[in-house]
Design a protein around this ligand. Structure first.
Ligand SMILES: Cc1ncc(COP(=O)(O)O)c(C=O)c1O
Length: 463
């Protein structure tokens, strides 16, 4: 089968990213564009269009309009996902040898940039829920304790990254966290890849968007949390702590010389669509529908985990002694394709499509899975083995470039990693170059591998 024929494959329910739900929630204008002769819209950077960084042309006009609308200082469209724009933001924040404070659930794209540029990741640990196996959001006290542990000047820390919401949709109150960083003169980059739509839903009792707080840099994944095509993203900046020129330079550094006009148009249309009252209200109804689905399933005793993102339906499979990967195969074989299986949970993304009768279907399948279950597994996710504040033992860029040998992970105890170990999804590294695989890390990664075939008998490159 060719890729193109696979792309037309239909599932009963495509509960994964992108959130436009197999086209159902794409902006009308984009649908109209795509109904033109295939490929006719695939244009280069003609003068009327301009390029993602040019000061004139339709792209620049759009960026200016959105910048004004949200009272930002500037906005950029990205065609290499939130990953690409996060990477540019990281390079704009720190020079090689400087450090960025970041949480342990930071996205792998950040770590790759640190390795490329030898920017030192200073990790802070996060509170962990043994019930769900998930990290909890950062609280002000937690961050205060983190700051107490470090001497900023000595470490050359030049910025802070926060991930909010997390992949599962956990958020806290960002404002006091950002204030705390600003008191130390540190700019804050918020990875809001999963929360773009919060910006348009102030009336729905959802978390406040980072862009409406005083974050210096905010990255949105428009395909994950708006209705953009895959790879579309936006980067916003505010305040005076980040140098605009650095930002432009670093976007230019990583950007393709041939950005897709279709994707650029999708960036524009997904934001415009949510600024349009009629379509915004249509999506808001779907968000409210998602909240009703959650409520109904809870009433039916389906074990769901609540987060601040109503579009994520997270099944706590461990409550029934089933691991998330087994549950994933079961739902897959019944036509419900999930986004993220983990040891104790399975996460489905509703996106912005309609989901009439979803709760009944879901409940029915869950009960069928319970009937099919062969044995009860006692699943326990180990607490993460991290210190509150920790950096790799060898500088990440040096470790990344070092000569390495490939060995089975089972023989890697006490070695120093030259590799990133990172299951995807969710793209959160378990180990980064320069970190030692001490006994606690070794046991924790083995525990993470219990049900995850990607982490079974794998080889690792060590220095
Ligand atoms: C927290 C977080 N940030 C950034 C990204 C990257 O987003 P994209 O797929 O748009 O590159 C992801 C993707 O999984 C993510 O989970």
């Amino acid at each position: 089968m060719s890729i193109s024929s696979f792309l037309t494959k239909k599932y009963l329910k495509s509960l994964f990213f992108p959130s436009h739900y197999r086209g159902e929630a794409l902006p009308n204008k984009l649908v109209k564009l795509l109904s033109n002769p295939p490929g006719s819209w695939d244009l280069p950077e003609l003068p009327e269009l301009g390029s993602p960084l040019s000061k004139s042309g339709l792209i620049a006009e759009s960026r200016r309009e959105f910048t004004e609308k949200f009272m930002a200082k500037g906005c950029f469209f990205g065609v290499n996902g939130a990953s690409g724009l996060l990477q540019s933001a990281v390079i704009a924040l720190a020079n090689p040898g400087e450090a960025i404070l970041m949480p342990r659930n930071v996205h792998i794209s950040v770590i790759k940039t640190c390795a490329m540029q030898n920017i030192i990741p200073i990790f802070f640990d996060l509170e962990f829920s043994s019930e769900t196996g998930h990290y909890k959001p950062v609280t002000t006290n937690w961050l205060k304790n983190v700051f107490r542990k470090i001497t900023i000047d000595k470490k050359k820390i030049v910025g802070v990254i926060l991930v909010s919401p997390s992949y599962h949709g956990y958020t806290g109150n960002l404002d006091p966290l950002i204030d705390l960083c600003h008191q130390k003169n540190l700019p804050v980059l918020v990875d809001e890849a999963h929360g773009s739509y919060f910006l348009f839903c102030e009336n729905l009792d959802l978390p406040k968007s980072a862009l409406l707080s005083n974050a210096d840099l905010v990255v949105h994944s428009l395909h994950k949390s708006l209705n953009g095509l895959t790879q579309t993203a936006a980067l916003w900046y505010k305040g005076d702590l980040v140098n605009e020129n650095n930002l432009i330079k670093s976007i230019n550094l990583l950007q393709t010389t041939s950005p897709s006009s279709l994707l650029l148009s999708s960036c524009e249309e997904s934001i415009k669509d949510w600024l349009n009252k009629k379509s915004c209200s249509k999506y808001q109804k779907r968000i409210l529908e998602a909240k009703r689905i959650y409520k109904k399933l809870i009433e039916k005793n389906v074990p769901l985990i609540e987060t601040q993102d109503p579009l994520k339906i997270i099944l706590n499979t461990s409550k029934a002694g089933i691991d998330g990967f087994t549950a994933d195969s079961f739902f897959y074989s019944n036509g419900l394709i999930a986004e993220l299986p983990e040891m104790t949970t399975l996460t489905f993304c509703l996106g912005f499509g309609k989901h009439k009768d979803f709760a009944n279907l879901f409940e029915k399948l869950w009960n069928k899975l319970l009937l099919n279950k062969r044995q009860f597994k006692n699943l326990k996710v180990f607490k993460s083995p991290f210190e509150l504040v920790q950096e790799p033992e060898i500088e990440i860029g040096i470790a990344w470039r070092s000569k390495t040998r490939s060995i089975p992970f089972s023989q890697s105890l006490n070695e120093i990693s030259g590799d990133i170990i990172c299951p995807y999804p969710p793209g959160i590294p378990l180990l980064v170059p320069g970190e030692r695989i001490d006994i606690d890390r070794f046991n924790w990664i083995n525990n993470q591998s219990l049900c995850n075939k990607d982490l079974l008998n794998f080889n690792i490159r060590v220095i």
